[in-house]
Design a protein around this ligand. Structure first.
Ligand SMILES: [Fe+2]
Length: 186
């Protein structure tokens, strides 16, 4: 089960990972760079996987939008990914992904200059996603499990957009993903 599930995830990158979504780098390049940043910081396997797969929802959207009975919207890509990945991975992988858009809204509210430093595409999607959090939302976010990990993931997300910046390949992460999935008995 695990290896088929991991192959399905990696196949989505093979089929749709060359898309850019308004950024300078492709989805696959972005995913690899984010995973490399997490690994370089010694963030642990779960964070490496979360970083690699955080925008998996964008790849799923491509297939969903081809199916008129299954519409999805860009601003919910994080939930699309989290729902799909929850069948394979534990919350230490899934929750930072589910919260990585909220982490952007949180950082926009709490970190001076953060909003101004966003890429044009991230700044544009912020408006669709509800804008910066208010004080109540900030407190609610901080109380959520894995919110700190989501903020950490967000940092990699913002940095992993360098043209030609990746040094690994998707297949390099297959064993790591398999190991995390089998920890869940999947
Ligand atoms: Fe991203």
């Amino acid at each position: 089960m695990s290896s088929a599930a991991i192959d399905m995830i990696l196949d989505a990158f093979a089929r749709h990972g060359d898309r850019h979504y308004g950024e300078r780098v492709s989805q696959t390049a972005h995913a690899l760079q984010c995973a490399e940043l997490a690994a370089r910081e010694g963030a642990g396997d779960a964070m490496v996987a979360a970083s690699l797969l955080h925008d998996y929802g964008h790849l799923l959207e491509v297939d969903r939008q081809a199916d008129p009975d299954n519409p999805s919207t860009d601003e919910m890509h994080e939930m699309l990914a989290a729902d799909a990945l929850a069948a394979v991975f534990g919350p230490e992988v899934v929750q930072p992904i589910a919260l990585h858009v909220a982490a952007k809204q949180y950082l926009c509210a709490t970190e001076p200059g953060y909003l101004e430093g966003l890429s044009a595409a991230s700044a544009h999607s912020l408006a669709l996603q509800g804008g910066p959090f208010d004080a109540t939302q900030v407190r609610q976010f901080e109380a959520m499990p894995f919110s700190a990990e989501a903020v950490r993931l967000r940092r990699y997300d913002d940095l992993g957009k360098v043209e030609g910046g990746e040094t690994t390949r998707l297949s390099d992460y297959r064993d790591l993903l398999l190991g995390l999935a089998s920890r869940q008995g999947r």
